[in-house]
Design a protein around this ligand. Structure first.
Ligand code: FES
Ligand code: FES
Length: 178
């Protein structure tokens, strides 16, 4: 049996895969290398760079997006796993010029400093409301934020913003949640 040659490109070129999904309400059809991560598809192919990469090892939560409303870390999901699904990134949260109530709450309560973690925080918060309802308490929010790291704020204002944003979403449930 012949030893494997480093020139054997069959080992380094994975097959391309056609992929159809919805991103921020728009139909997307692309062809991807089957090894492409969802975060790579969003940032590198679709230029949706509001989805950040902080750790690349599914710890920081900066890459959090919604898939069918559920928060997922886009660095830990293959693009082909979201075939036929609805993906929402931070770019698809506001309604035109009108901020989503959770975005507005982060602005109002100073829930960010550098802003690197903020897209992931906001999308994680939206999923929190989906699962726990609008009357979030501080303990729930802090426990839920275990997977989202912030280097700047000390979390206090993030927690305040999420509690306020959840109540505001209840008052305006249709904004940015089509
Ligand atoms: S970049 Fe995905 S969790 Fe940190
Ligand atoms: S605001 Fe800077 S990392 Fe959170």
């Amino acid at each position: 049996m012949q030893p494997t040659s480093f020139e054997d490109t069959s080992l380094v070129h994975a097959p391309a895969h056609p992929l159809a999904l919805s991103v921020n309400g728009a139909a997307v059809s692309v062809t991807v290398d089957v090894r492409t991560l969802l975060v790579q598809l969003l940032r590198d192919e679709l230029r949706l760079t509001g989805t950040h990469v902080g750790c690349d090892t599914s710890q920081c939560g900066a890459c959090t997006v919604l898939v069918d409303g559920e928060a997922v870390k886009a660095c830990a999901v293959l693009a082909v796993q979201v075939e036929g699904r609805e993906v929402r990134t931070i770019e698809g949260v506001a309604a035109g010029e009108t901020l989503h109530p959770m975005q507005e709450a982060f602005r109002e309560h100073h829930g960010l400093q550098c802003g690197f973690c903020t897209p992931g925080m906001i999308l994680a918060a939206m999923d929190m409301v989906r699962r726990h309802g609008p009357l979030l308490d501080e303990g729930t929010v802090r426990a839920e934020l275990e997977g989202n790291l912030c280097r700047c704020t000390g979390y206090h204002n993030i927690v305040k913003a999420i509690i306020a944003g959840a109540r505001a979403m209840d008052a305006a449930p249709a904004v940015g949640l089509d």
